[in-house]
Design a protein around this ligand. Structure first.
Ligand SMILES: [Mg+2]
Length: 396
């Protein structure tokens, strides 16, 4: 297929999936505010909420006790993983009849590449519409679909179309679709970045798309220009079917302290070292990660996780450290003794960090990292600790 031919990428997402499956089993739940999750007595949280429940301000991860206070008529069901997995399999096998190029992102969400299937199903938009009706008729579940020439725009389009909708963005219309949307709708722009952008009066994607590139690079580093490209609706990430995905799902390291501690220097040092180890393993396997999770377990065994997702996947210690440091600070706000610290890099894909191939400094930094990996391999993990951390600081 020629490169100039437009691609047709769909982002499909089942609406309030767990609740929808429960409603298939028990139709009396239809039209009522329903949540799936554990009982309030055992500190249960909301795993999924129907749109009727969301109208009360209830959302997933909310403590069940709070949800019940917000809506006294709320119906709670405990949920059944096995049932959801079976329903998910049924949906995906149906979607698989449209194209083998499916990348499943979760139990109820996937990307499909329909490029070149026009002779079978007509235009991607007709195929998407057919798909939605088939899922509804055969499985009694609502599917929302975003259609465009790339993953990024389709993802935003489906969020736009929810619930139970279909939204397509024609090739060339991406910047116009994105321009009036707030920056936070762009996957990869978290609350911290959104706040920083707002400080510079960059509230909308249209403004971000038009902001001076050098200013963005100066302020946000390599992430700046990448973010701007995405704000214009540009994305070249392919839809990765299972046979092209790395076998490994994530790379993680964790360490329990010999003695519980709340010393910030100790916590930072340990986290940094774990991150270096994880990134070295990524590079060794020629993988890039998209998401970082930092985990702390406190002395009372309460465990908390925070994660962050980059716009462009990376295997670079320093890039990840810039994200990990504020996460650690937020986690430490609890000011309790820490028992264990851990990191996990996920959303893996095959590849290696290219930085800017035309930026000699970035290339030099890359070369130094690979030298460090080799030295670590030869002399063991501890050999370069403090030195390379100083070196990493010097790079920022
Ligand atoms: Mg969903």
């Amino acid at each position: 297929m020629s490169a100039s031919r437009p691609r047709h990428v769909l982002h499909v997402d089942l609406d309030a999936f767990f609740v929808a499956v429960e409603r298939v089993v028990d139709p009396r739940l239809c039209g009522r505010p329903v949540v799936v999750g554990g009982p309030p007595e055992s500190r249960g949280v909301v795993a999924a909420a129907s749109y009727e429940a969301r109208a009360y301000g209830i959302h997933s991860a909310m403590p069940m006790s709070q949800a019940l206070r917000l809506c006294p008529d709320l119906v709670r069901v405990s949920g059944s993983r096995g049932m959801y997995t079976r329903a998910s399999k049924a949906v995906f096998s149906l979607l698989g009849e449209y194209t083998p190029i499916i990348e499943k992102v979760s139990v109820d969400e996937a990307y499909l590449d329909l490029s070149g299937t026009e002779h079978l199903f007509g235009h991607a938009l007709d195929a998407a519409d057919h798909m939605r009706r088939e899922v509804k008729e055969r499985l009694r579940l609502d599917l929302t679909v975003g259609v465009s020439a790339n993953r990024l725009v389709s993802k935003v389009a489906s969020a736009f179309a929810k619930p139970c909708g279909l939204f397509d963005v024609r090739p060339g219309q991406e910047p116009r679709f994105f321009a009036p949307l707030p920056v936070k709708v762009l996957p990869g722009i978290g609350p911290v970045t959104a706040t920083r952008l707002r400080d510079f009066h960059i509230d909308y994607l249209g403004v971000l798309a038009e902001t001076d590139r050098w200013f963005l690079e100066e302020t946000f580093g390599r992430y700046g220009p990448a973010m701007q490209q995405r704000a214009r609706g540009e994305d070249r990430t392919p839809v990765c079917p299972p046979w092209e995905r790395p076998e490994m799902k994530s790379i993680g390291h964790e360490r329990t302290f010999a003695e519980d501690t709340d010393d910030p220097r100790l916590l930072r040092g340990r986290l940094q070292k774990l991150l270096e180890q994880a990134c070295a393993r990524l590079r060794e396997k020629q993988l890039l990660a998209r998401t970082l999770t930092v985990k702390l377990r406190f002395a009372d065994f309460v465990t908390v996780n925070r994660d962050v997702t980059l716009a462009q996947p990376s295997d670079h210690d320093l890039e990840w450290w810039k994200e990990a440091e504020p996460l650690l600070e937020r986690l430490c706000a609890r000011r309790a003794l820490v028992r264990l610290v851990g990191v996990r890099l996920s959303g893996l894909q095959q590849g290696f960090w290219q930085g800017s191939l035309f930026d000699p400094e970035a290339v030099a930094a890359r070369d130094r990292l690979s030298v460090l990996d080799k030295l670590r391999g030869r002399y063991g993990e501890g050999s370069l600790q403090s030195g390379d951390r100083l070196w990493l600081r010097g790079q920022s």
